[in-house]
Design a protein around this ligand. Structure first.
Ligand SMILES: Cc1cc2nc3c(=O)[nH]c(=O)nc-3n(C[C@H](O)[C@H](O)[C@H](O)COP(=O)(O)O)c2cc1C
Length: 391
């Protein structure tokens, strides 16, 4: 590492951490039984997991380095071993490819080129799940029932009761009101095939472009049934087809302008396992015949909203709008639908070959025919979908 120039990675946040561990020894010696260990975590979106543990001296050395100016490593204020240790963690980047470290420089460059608002980049990359089974986790910690929630968490904080000043009129519900009332998150899908035409209609209603404008080469504005921040419609539908007539089970990307599917891969034998990964073990969703990952292409929005503190939020909101349109479209066609943010982003990225610095999985939705009976609870207090429990 003779004349190698270095700089700090583009985006870096330092978090003081505390690890708490139970120790019988600590109880016997008269304490509360908890061993507390404080440390430091570096949060940097170009890292695979978005973070890495560091030592205190590393935090100090990193604070001295510029993220923009390359300097010979000898001027960094750290020893050879110290600089090398931080290069190996990916937090100091070398201007040349050092064996085994090239991927850090490349992903750091991608973060620089992507025009992320740094806090959003850290949040998006660090917040991804891998191999989480949220259904099993809830069962284990007893938060899968109301009684269990209260036992584990206690009562929620009471909120201030506000006296009404002006009552608003209510009207007899019309067709649209009834549609809204029948929108109930579906946790009971039948094993039925979905008809080709119903599937196509759903995709068209929710994700198709009804109009495309191209005021300059490469600058394309789609019109869709949902609104979108900046009009960029950065969110695409990546689909796991499990049971649709005429569509081979597997993974697809939906093309909104041509209203067509592009096949990505996947076999029938693995669709259930892929589905369970997508919805993080929530078996009540995994049986839906169609499961859709809402995937944002960051560049499409960040081209205009560079280093913008609202840009990532707008993409998340776009996902919310698409999911509501999907719910209402499915409800109108007599089907059930769901959306969930409890998803294994990392496995979804692998399934669809997505680079998380370029494309972010915002949420997962699904739709299909409901089962004949409600085995898993749905929130349908008015009996709009299911016969009222008390008859
Ligand atoms: C952003 C978001 C995330 C959600 N995640 C889950 C989830 O992980 N699991 C689940 O069973 N339902 C999930 N839901 C559905 C909600 O639980 C549901 O909307 C809520 O209980 C109200 O019921 P309703 O949709 O039938 O009115 C989610 C809904 C939203 C909007």
């Amino acid at each position: 590492m003779k004349l190698v120039e270095v700089r700090r990675c583009a985006v870096l946040f330092l978090e003081p951490t505390e690890n708490i561990r139970f120790s019988l020894g600590a109880v016997l010696s008269g304490g509360d039984g908890l061993l507390r260990h404080s440390g430091w975590q570096a949060i940097a979106p170009h890292l695979e997991d978005g973070c890495v543990e560091i030592e205190e001296w590393m935090a100090v050395l990193l604070g001295r380095l510029s993220p923009s100016r390359w300097i010979p490593w000898q001027e960094s204020g750290g020893s050879y071993e110290e600089v090398l240790a931080l290069i190996q963690k990916g937090l100091i980047v070398a201007a040349v490819d050092l064996p085994g470290m090239e991927h850090f420089r490349r992903s750091d460059e991608r973060v620089r080129a992507a025009d992320w608002w740094p806090l959003a980049a850290a949040c998006a990359i660090r917040g991804r799940w891998s191999d989480v089974d949220s259904a099993a986790d809830m069962e284990r910690n007893g938060t899968n029932t109301v009684a269990g929630l209260l036992k584990t968490l206690g009562n929620p904080m009471p909120e201030q009761v506000i006296e009404p000043d002006l009552y608003l009129s209510r009207v007899e519900p019309d067709v649209f009101d009834h549609l809204l009332r029948r929108r109930v998150t579906c946790r009971n899908f039948s094993g039925q095939q979905l008809e080709t035409a119903t599937f196509a209609r759903m995709m068209e209603r929710v994700f198709a472009a009804t109009h495309v404008e191209e005021p300059a080469p490469g600058l394309r504005f789609l019109k869709r049934s949902s609104p979108s921040g900046g009009g960029f419609h950065a969110t695409d539908a990546y689909i796991l087809v499990q049971r649709v007539d005429g569509v081979a089970p597997g993974l697809y990307r939906y093309l909104p302008e041509s209203h067509a599917l592009s096949r990505i891969g996947g076999e029938q034998s693995e669709t259930q396992q892929l589905a369970m990964q997508m919805v993080a073990g929530q078996h009540w969703f995994a049986n839906a015949p169609v499961i859709v990952a809402l995937v944002a292409t960051y560049r499409r929005s960040f081209w205009k909203y560079r280093n913008h503190s609202k840009a990532h939020r707008a993409l998340i909101l776009d996902g919310g709008h698409l999911s509501q349109t999907l719910y209402l479209s499915a409800t109108d066609l007599g089907m059930g639908a769901f959306v969930t943010a409890a998803i294994n982003e990392k496995q979804i990225e692998t399934m669809f070959s997505l680079d998380p610095l370029e494309k972010g999985v915002i949420a997962v939705c699904g739709f299909g025919h409901r089962a004949d009976a409600m085995a898993i609870t749905e929130f349908d207090p008015g009996g709009a979908v299911w016969p009222a429990m008390d008859g």
